[in-house]
Design a protein around this ligand. Sequence first.
Ligand code: BGC
Length: 312
Amino acid sequence: MTVMGIMLILASYALFLTRDVVLLQRTIEKEKEKETLADRPYIMMIGEVNDHVYWNLVRQGAMDYAAEVELYLDYAGPNSSDPLEQLRLLSKALDVMPEGIIVQGLTEDYIPLINQAMDEGIPVVTIDSDQPHSKRMSYVGTNNLRAGELVARDVLANVVDIQAGIITGSYTNYHHQLRLAGFKSIIEKEKKAKVVAIRSSNITRVNAREKAYQILTEHPEINVLFGTSALDVLGITEAIDLLDRQDIYVVGFDTLEKNLHLLKSGKVQTLIAQEPYQMGYQSMKIMQKILSGDQVPETIHTDSHLVKEGDV
Ligand code: BGC
């Protein structure tokens, strides 16, 4: 046998051994995973951000329900809002073949993967933001269109001659679009009310401040500012302070602690409360029903309502 021949045999043997080691490692991983799961169904939840005041409440609700009924919850989300990264996480979740997936359905780009999961027998529940044209089993979250309408009615009841500026969490995310559509549908019916400018904060306080500052400078006639995501009123009120425009009526989403503080101090006039903890809790409850073979409703709207200074 030539030296070349011997080397070839040795190389194939090494390859064979490596393949065996990889297979063995995979089996060990699977066994370990089974031990952690201890026979609990594995539910994957994908939210907008991994560590975020709002999403931590969603996750907590889901964990509490998981602990009550012995489900295993794995929560994942991008480090900051990033719909494409979130989509990649959803695709990865499909590879893992969990017993169920709960996902914030941000845009229509999510539909093919949601449908693929359903076709492969993995039930999907959308949370916080829906994709109603997908095959998902159920949506758990706010009625976002109605929430936008509620905000508009509050503004109409409190401001004459409305010149509104809007800081939206995102232009493309379905739930923010609904909030905006609800708001506009009421405002645009009125003669003495209009939406003057819209900018996106990409759900960060810093962007909300920058964008609010910009539109107030470009449109000094603005007398109402509406923030559609949880940290927007924080940024909006900072911009108002910088420009010393205390005459502006501020409304916005979410009764997080810092927002309630702004409400009490009179810097924000109205907040709209959502129930992130309940979204997490109820979505897991629905998932458990699905796994038990029960029928589930297509939509479960968690409560949302207006909160004024006197309510807190
Ligand atoms: C929205 C969430 C969003 C959060 C961000 C909430 O109002 O419902 O989708 O992630 O704001 O701050």
